[in-house]
Write a protein that binds this ligand. Structure first.
Ligand code: NAD
Length: 252
């Protein structure tokens, strides 16, 4: 099937099941916003050793870890803006086509594109808040705390950590339940820009598939999902495919 025909098939699935869809997004949706993925030839881990976001390393040497975290995640990623794919997805949510978004990303670009907070499951947490390692107080996007070499809790003096999931940590309970609640009930699942190699996140679209959902996938390259659960594979960049899908789904 040519891409146009596939886009029409995907749009028909969406139109026939309004409000019964979910999206599952990964690093690839933010590539065109200037944020690199972690894996692959141009991925972050080909240039930087990821140990600074391992929880045991962070506990042992928080100040050293913070200097890399600040530079990579807050200074570089902080400038990123949502792209057309984030914007189209937010429109799908706001027009009632999508029931929710489950994202593995920590960059808050879905919210910045206009997607309501309560409709998003941030499966791996977020860069937008900091959590105290001692008293669990959470601080929102007031980043004056980031100016300290070792950000510390104004209440108890404990070390603050970005509220995303470090290697060695569990998935936030609320986001986990929200994700599988959506997956078990949706009629279609739109996967965008993820290799599907991160556990347990990759189980979210697989659960949707097991519960009978049609799987539409957008990625420039085939993934672990493509030959196993995907019904309609839209091969291409997130922005191009989402613009085409939006046009065919009468979203424009
Ligand atoms: P990944 O690095 O494993 O895979 C990225 C995928 O994006 C690949 O399949 C690649 O082919 C695809 N891709 C590349 N360019 C694309 C484009 N223009 N449009 C659509 N797809 C494109 O990423 P992952 O599967 O998300 O897993 C890595 C983990 O790292 C995730 O859990 C995520 O939390 C985290 N991460 C987050 C961000 C972010 O917040 N923006 C960035 C990097 C990594």
């Amino acid at each position: 099937m040519e891409n146009l025909e596939k886009i029409q098939t995907a749009a028909r699935i969406i139109r026939e099941n309004p409000g019964k869809g979910m999206a599952f997004t990964g690093a690839g949706i933010s590539v065109e916003s200037g944020i690199p993925p972690f894996r692959g030839a141009d991925g972050l881990w080909s240039k930087v050793d990821p140990s600074f976001i391992e929880i045991d390393t962070f506990r042992r040497a928080p100040e050293e870890c913070w200097s890399k975290i600040r530079e990579l995640f807050y200074d570089h990623w902080g400038q990123a803006k949502p792209n057309a794919a984030h914007i189209r997805l937010a429109e799908m949510l706001n027009r009632g086509l999508l029931a929710g978004i489950v994202t593995q990303n920590i960059d808050c670009l879905h919210q910045r594109a206009g997607a309501p907070e309560e409709k998003i499951s941030e499966f791996h947490g977020t860069l937008d808040s900091l959590i105290c390692m001692k008293c669990s107080a959470v601080y929102g996007p007031d980043h004056s705390l980031l100016e300290q070499n070792l950000p510390s809790c104004p209440k108890c003096g404990g070390v603050l950590k970005p509220d995303f999931v470090f290697f060695g940590e569990g998935i936030p309970e609320k986001a986990f339940h929200k994700a599988f609640y959506l997956a078990e009930r949706c009629a279609w699942c739109l996967i965008i820009g993820t290799s599907g190699e991160v556990m347990p996140a990759c189980e979210v679209p697989r659960t949707a598939h097991r519960h009978g959902a049609k799987i539409i996938e957008i990625n420039p390259a085939p993934t672990t999902f493509t030959s196993s659960i995907t019904d309609v594979f839209l091969q291409g960049k997130a922005t191009e495919m989402m613009e085409a899908l939006a046009a065919e789904s009468a979203l424009s």
